[in-house]
Design a protein around this ligand. Structure first.
Ligand code: PNS
Length: 161
């Protein structure tokens, strides 16, 4: 059985990687799908977000990194994979996740969304928090792999290494 793990991944954190790691052990194939929404303001381009994911997920033979735009259900159809996984960090995630799951089910009846509860140690972690801490010069080494830390620092310093 295959599963799609969609998200913005701007950038990928240890919280995402933990969900992917656990999925890779339970499913035949995990398709990590990066949303390419031109109307949204991301820190990293679609290429950069995918590149970082590919680097940090290199060791997984059954994980692929892909991108999509438009509706997730259309993408899931195209990939012939009606199973979507999302991480749940806290009760505050639940409302938005429920809304998405209901909308996706309404749009396409055969779509199923399943949830993995984030590990407690990652339950406070988000890409936005990591970006904010990095922006103010805080230590982000416990939140993201070193490749991502380097890319974030470079981005904040305006491309200077
Ligand atoms: O990492 P994120 O930003 O929480 O991921 C959200 C994502 C990409 C899963 C969600 O925004 C999405 O699926 N967008 C595609 C557009 C879509 O299908 N919208 C209808 C369902 S709400």
């Amino acid at each position: 059985m295959n599963v799609i793990y969609p998200g913005s991944f701007d950038p990928v954190t240890y919280g995402h990687i933990d969900i992917i790691d656990r999925c890779a052990k339970q499913f035949d194939r995990v398709i990590v799908s990066v949303l390419n929404n031109t109307a949204k303001n991301y820190m990293f381009t679609i290429e950069e977000r995918m590149d970082l994911l590919k680097k940090v997920l290199d060791k997984y033979e059954n994980v692929e990194v892909d991108s999509f735009n438009g509706l997730l259900v259309d993408y899931a159809n195209k990939k012939n994979c009606p199973l979507i996984v999302r991480g749940l960090r806290a009760v505050s995630d639940f409302e938005y996740e429920m809304q998405m799951a209901h909308v996706n089910k309404k749009l396409q009846e055969n779509i199923e969304t399943i949830y993995l509860v984030s590990r407690e140690k990652f339950s406070y972690l988000s890409s936005s928090i990591v970006k904010e801490v990095a922006m103010y010069g805080g230590d982000i080494s416990c939140f993201v792999p070193k490749e991502v830390e380097k890319a974030l620092i470079e981005k904040i310093n305006g491309g200077e290494k």
